[in-house]
Structure formats: C-alpha cells, structure tokens
Design a protein around this ligand. Structure first.
Ligand code: NOJ
Ligand code: CA
Length: 676
C-alpha cells in the first residue's frame, strides 16, 4: 500500500526541458538544478549539478496508517516560485551574518477524492545544496498517522561514503565507517560521500520538529529511502490538522571544504522564537567530570564523591584564576547511587547530596565571576524528568545558573515514557515524542533564561536558529571514549567529524586533555593525539561553549599550552574552512566576534600533513602577532605526543605560513593585531 505520489525533478540548465519543465528550479548560480515530475502515477524528483546527474528519478510521498494512499489530482496542480536573497544575524555562532540566497519552487497537489487535503512539496535550491519538504494541509482536528515516508534518494553512482549506523543501541556514538555507498544498509545523517569525479554530497535534514528523525535506508544498490524512527504507538508520525516535515537536505559541493563552509541547514530553519536572547552566553568551562571518567571520582555518594563542596570550590578557584566562565558539576543530585544507568525513575533534579552545598557554592562562584553549570542526567527516564523540569529550572535560575548539560544515557529505543494512564512505552531518542520533548524543554528553559547542552541527544538539525538556547550538544563519540578505551577514538575520528557530524551543528566534544596517557589512572587507555591537536580541537570542532576537560592539576602543569585555551574564543564573526579532505585533515580560520583577533586550527588523521596557508583573510591594513602552538618536527601521536612548540612572529595578509602537522597532530594559532 504505497502512496501514489511521486515527484520527478528535472534539471534544466543545459538540458532540454521535458513536459514537466514548469517544475524545474535551479540555484542562483544556475549549477544545481532540481526537477519535479507529477503525474497520476506519482511524484518524483531528480537532481543535477552542472550537467551531471546526482539523483536519479526518486519517489516522493507518504503512506498512511489507515491504508489510504495519497493520490494526486493532476488536474488541479498549481505551483509558485520565489527568489530569496537576504542576510540574517545569529546571536552567537561560527559566523555573525548568514547569507541566505536561494530559489524556491512550491508545487501544490490536491488529494484526489478528498476535497480538503492538499500536499505542497517545497524545494529551496542554493548554490551549495538543496532542501525539500512536504507541507500537508488538512482541516483542523483531522488525524493522519504517517506509516512511512516514501522519499527516495536514488544516487546516480556509487561513492566513497562516511557513515555511522542508525537504529542501534549506542545512538550516535559510533566510529565512522568508510565504505562504498552501495555497502551502507541503515545509517544516521549527516552521511557524507565523495564521488569519483570529486563531487561531495552530504544528506541530512533540517528543522526536525514534531516529527520522527530520518534514518537513511538502502533499498537496493545506491538507492535509499527515508526510514522514519519508530513510534511505539504505531505508525511513525501522528499528526492532527496537517503537518510539515523537516527539510530533506542534500549539500552538493566540488570541494570538501565547500561542505564545511555551507550554511544550508541553518538557512532552512525558522528564525528565532525567543525574542531578546542577550542572556545566552557563549563561553568556556571546566568541570567535575573527567575525574569520574578516569575513575578518580564517582558520581554517586561515598569516599570518592566528586561533587563535594570542597572539590567544587577548588574548581571555582581554578576557573576564576584562569578566566573560565563556568564550572560543570556532575553527580551533585540524589539518584546516582547504585547503577545510575538504570536510575531513570529515581533521579531528583532538585535535591543535592548532603556534601554539596548548592546555595553556598553558587554564591561563592558568583562572587568570583564564575557560574555553576547545571547537570541533569535522566538515564532515559524522560517522564521522570519532565515531571520535575519546572521546579528544577526554577531552582537553577534562582541560583544564577545559565546553562544545563542534560544526559539521556539509555540504549537506543529505551527512553522511558510514562503515559498519563500510567502505562510505560519505550521511545527512540530521535522519535517524534523525543523531538517534541526537546521543544517543550527548550521553551521552558528559555522562560528561566537557561541554555541547554544535550548529551545523548536527538541529532542536530539546525534548531539553534529557532531556539538559540540550544547552545550545544553531543551526539557523537566524544572525548570520554578515550578514557573508556575499547577502543578510544583513533586519530582519523576527529578528521572525519568536521565533514559529517559537524555539518549538523555545534559539538560539545570536550577537548583539551593534556595528560594524554593517564598512566596512573588508566594505563591501558590513552588519547590518540598530540598535545597540539588537543588545542586544534577548540578551533576545528565549533561549539559556542567549550570545555577545558582535563583536571586542574594537569593544566597547572602545562601553562604554555593552557595559554591557548585561555585565549581562544568560542563566538565568531566569521569562519573559513581553509583546507580539508575527509578523514585526512581540516584547517579553519575564525575571527573573534568581539575583537580583531583571528584564530586558526588544523588537525590531521593518521597521516602527517604539511601545508602552506595563505593569510589573505587578515585585514590588509594590519600587522599581526602570530602565536603558534604546533607539533614539534618529531612529534607523533603514538611515539611523541608531547612534542610541542610555541613560537611567535609578526605576519601580514600578504604572507603565508607553513605548518607541519604530525600524524594524529595539529596546530592552533592566535593572530593579534599589533600597533606599529
Ligand atoms: C554521558 C555523557 O556523555 C557524559 O559526559 C556524562 O558524564 C555522563 N553521561 C553522565 O551524565
Ligand atoms: Ca555520551
């Protein structure tokens, strides 16, 4: 019972128009083109870049749980077009101004035999990619349950593909596979590919609201379909009075760096709903955190309890001394004792352990110009959390807390939702109910001037534009895996992330581990990077809040490297991906939003890389002091991870700098204008 709706996209630049040429739309530069075909047998689309076929004829549409199909009334199809060229401003981000220039085509198709339902398929085509979504108009109160979305992505040819599996227990926390596209069975998005002709493509979605997350599922060869995350109530998505799907996105660029410099996902989200957001503060933080992952401390109470008043004061003092804005404290609240992975229904989000004086500590922090950062681990007990959210957010607001790190440690498909009648159902982190949980939470948090940094989150789809208090998130295999081992993150992991996970938005990776070997605590595990690469992560893996994740003592032992973490900023006027290849290296320059300083960072995967980098992004009328933190010439993540050099010299915009990055290495730099 497939919906009888499919679209065909036909590209027109240099291509002879077909009978469906009314339904063709090209990017502003004319290179990327989509063509839509509507006929009584269905809807489909195709995508071309220049004269190259990217997506072969691919179906569009839905099946509904009531067994009915959407049949197009082809006699009443209408279409409209719009060209948009505007620039909007982010309250914080990798860039202050975002240019949105695209051409839009909307095709509206009345449902055959059902007078009051219409499906509009809206396409927006940008120079660096496109998005399309379904907008389904139905009378208020009419329920429709989507059984399946039929959207296909039939790729014209095979391609090298970097991906993580979907529908598995560990959510998004997997190492990336690199295989031919034709070997991918079921993957999360963003999923990124490079064709043999060098064209890079990334598939994702934008503005996932009141809908199920899209998994990328093979149907045959290089043909894929949008598989929606399951819903325990049956079907995939429950709708009333019509619905809008997220945008299905294809970023299509020549160079790998084209993906990094694309703002397509943000541009396809709605403007902010939060009004004045001056209370949202980017910044840097330390925390009572790494000690737990190294087994020095525990989250639960007892002798090794990390979240004690004394230990928190020590961290506040360290933060104040070195200019950090926040101190994250995990394990402060009752509920961690026993196996906390299973404590989802017993966590209190308002009751501190007796050895944690939350009021005295928040006052102490505020006196020193620092704020506590809140922590809410739900262990997947989301109804338990929802029942306490209002009180918990009020408590934090009263204490002067501005940010909360949340956690959803539960296996995929094991979120616990209690329905009003007391029955329990298990949800996926990216199912429709969790997508709505996040919106409920963000709206409530905003009322208390709180920003949210979600761990074990739903994937990012650019909603930070609409809810700028969604300040960061995990949703990747972060630094913590290096403490846990079996295995840690190999060098290539962070050289793949920029081209995959980072295309969705900020990542709270928690960089800055200086004791790379932790021989005392976990001698069998280690961090597989050089010291310089830990600094590079601050620039390459964007997040408006960045943690300095190591123990204070390890920072005190390396004031030379710590200086970069103290200087680097997290909120940028402009960002430029200068160079990169997936899994091999990524190099960025970013300009501070609040000064004339620039920062640079580059990192490698398994192999050494030497690059000549033009500084032509600098202001041509200024000279700069370059403070360079780099791998020594004999550094190597395995054999010489601490081979590290700090050097300074004056440069200007006409010059280039040479950097050699070790295997698993990198560099970081600050460029400060100097007066003559
Ligand atoms: C997993 C998170 O990624 C980690 O940062 C946190 O410490 C634990 N959950 C406990 O909440
Ligand atoms: Ca995690």
């Amino acid at each position: 019972m497939r919906a009888i709706v499919s679209f065909v996209f036909v590209f027109v630049l240099g291509w002879s128009p077909t009978s469906a040429d009314d339904f063709s739309v090209a990017s502003p530069d004319g290179l990327l083109r989509a063509e839509v075909n509507v006929s009584s047998s269905g809807l489909s689309y195709r995508v071309f870049r220049d004269e190259t076929l990217i997506i072969r004829s691919s179906e569009l549409g839905f099946t509904f749980l009531d067994g009915t199909n959407f049949e197009a009334d082809t006699n009443r199809i209408s279409s409209s077009r719009r060209a948009v060229d505007e620039t909007w401003e982010q309250p914080w981000g990798e860039a202050r101004f975002i240019h949105d220039i695209h051409n839009e085509l909307a095709v509206s198709i009345p449902r055959n035999g059902v007078a009051d339902e219409t499906m509009t398929v809206r396409f927006r085509v940008f120079d660096d990619g496109l998005g399309f979504r379904y907008e389904y108009q139905a009378p208020a109160g009419r329920s429709l349950v989507i059984a399946d979305e039929l959207t296909e992505f039939n790729f014209a040819e095979d391609a090298d593909t970097w991906w993580i599996p979907a529908g598995e227990w560990n959510r998004y926390e997997y190492l990336y596979e690199k295989t031919p596209l034709s070997k991918v069975k079921l993957a999360h998005t963003p999923i990124t590919m490079r064709r043999s002709d060098g064209i890079h493509i990334s598939v994702h979605e934008a503005a996932l609201v009141d809908y199920a997350g899209m998994w990328f599922k093979q149907t045959a060869g290089t043909n894929f379909t949008a598989e929606l995350a399951p819903n325990p109530l049956g079907g995939k998505v429950h709708t009333t009075g019509g619905f809008k799907t997220p945008w299905r996105t294809l970023q299509v660029t020549e160079a790998a760096t084209g993906l990094l410099n694309s703002h397509l996902i943000l541009n396809l989200n709605e403007p902010s709903r939060l009004g004045d957001v001056s209370w949202i503060k980017p910044g840097k933080y330390v925390g009572i955190w790494w000690g737990m992952h190294l087994n020095i401390n525990t989250w639960g109470s007892g002798e090794r309890h990390g979240a004690t008043t004394a230990n928190t004061k020590h961290h506040i003092d360290f933060a104040a001394k070195h200019g950090f804005d926040g101190v994250l404290v995990e394990g402060w609240n009752v509920g961690w004792d026993g196996n906390w992975f299973d404590n989802g229904d017993v966590f209190s989000f308002t009751k501190p352990y007796p050895d944690f004086d939350i009021k005295a500590l928040s006052d102490y922090a505020l006196e020193k110009g620092v704020r506590l950062i809140g922590h809410h681990e739900t262990s997947g007990g989301v109804t338990n959390y929802e029942n306490q959210m209002a009180e918990a957010y009020k408590l934090y607001e009263d204490l002067g807390v501005r940010q909360i790190k949340t956690g959803y440690v539960a296996n995929g498909g094991n979120i616990v939702r209690k329905k009003p009648d007391g029955t329990v159902v298990n949800e996926w982190h990216d199912g429709q109910w969790m997508s709505n949980h996040n919106i409920r939470l963000l709206e409530l948090a905003a009322k208390h001037k709180l920003s949210i940094n979600s761990h074990e989150p739903i994937k990012d789809t650019g909603l930070r534009r609409t809810y700028p208090n969604w300040i960061s998130r995990e949703g990747a295999r972060g630094q913590e895996y290096n403490a846990w081992g079996s295995p840690g993150n190999p060098p290539s992991h962070t050289a793949i992330l920029p081209f995959t996970r980072m295309l969705s938005g900020p990542l709270d990776f928690t960089p800055g581990i200086f004791d790379l070997l932790f021989e005392e605590e976990k001698p069998d595990n280690r961090v597989e990077t050089t010291l310089a690469k830990q600094l590079a992560l601050y620039v390459v893996l964007f997040s408006p809040i960045q943690m300095a994740a190591d123990l204070p003592a390890n920072y005190e032992a390396r004031p030379d490297a710590l200086q970069f973490i103290k200087d680097v900023v997290t909120d940028f006027e402009q960002s430029i991906a200068l160079a990169g290849e997936i899994g091999e290296y990524a190099i960025y320059a970013r300009k501070d939003r609040n000064s004339d300083d620039w920062f640079m960072g580059g990192l490698t995967g398994d192999n050494e890389q030497s690059k000549e980098l033009k500084l032509d992004f600098l202001d041509p009328d200024k000279r700069y002091l370059l403070q360079l933190y780099r791998d020594s010439d004999d550094a190597h993540w395995r054999s010489n991870p601490y081979g590290f050099v700090v050097e300074e010299k004056q440069v200007n915009a006409t010059e280039t700098i040479s950097v050699r990055m070790a295997p698993g290495g990198g560099f970081a730099a600050r460029l400060v204008p100097v007066s003559d």
